[in-house]
Design a protein around this ligand. Sequence first.
Ligand code: ATP
Ligand code: MG
Length: 237
Amino acid sequence: MIDAPSSIILDVKNLCKNYHSPSGTLNILHDVCLEVHQGEFLAIMGESGSGKSTLLQLLGTLDSIDSGDIKLQGISILSLSENKQAALRNRSISFVYQEHHLIPELTAVENVMLPLLIQGESKQDAKVRSEQILIRLNLQERLQHPPTRLSGGEAQRVAVARALVTKPALLLADEPTGNLDEDSAQIVFKSMQALCYEEGTSIIMVTHSPILAAQSHRMLQLHHGQLISIQHPEEKL
Ligand SMILES: Nc1ncnc2c1ncn2[C@@H]1O[C@H](COP(=O)(O)OP(=O)(O)OP(=O)(O)O)[C@@H](O)[C@H]1O
Ligand SMILES: [Mg+2]
């Protein structure tokens, strides 16, 4: 396990989220507080329906909070217009989901190039960087494959490359290995961990796998709307 450096990248205070439905109000998150340091790797576990995906959506500024605050790199998202929130999100946060969400008409390398092109990089530079990151993930023989000609684990590694090619400050990963067998899950996980470690990217990963969670810096559980620390296996030694 690597020691986490100390500057705070994400500071969450008293976050609350309710959903309203005809049958009443669902209190999903109550007073969630969380500090994440640069380069830190957190695993969040919790029962199905406990609000893990809801929390990641809020941290990623993809949904609105009911009360509390989220500071990303010292900037309160409440102080920003929707456009400025989107600009901060595009610059600083990337996402990986259980499904790879690659564009089927594009090759692996073209999928990875896309966020760089959106950020205004030249096609030539985007191609070079995308090839480099895919080679780093041992996908040198798969650069020109469309998603339909990739295995589940390979497609998920391409999704990891696409998320990290822009060098975000924070990666939010919602069950990134949920569809994979144990060996492929470990390979995808290690790819994600290595790239984030090299760039000092912080990771918040939701997982149902205690084996993967135990390889993070810190394990948390979402229970009855609150985040609680769970003892890391290394602390039991
Ligand atoms: N848009 C919505 N409107 C109303 N209720 C919602 C909405 N989105 C989620 N919920 C409810 O909020 C709760 C938390 O959902 P969430 O998807 O965050 O759970 P989760 O912990 O990610 O579960 P899983 O492990 O199954 O992915 C669930 O009970 C769900 O039904
Ligand atoms: Mg979920």
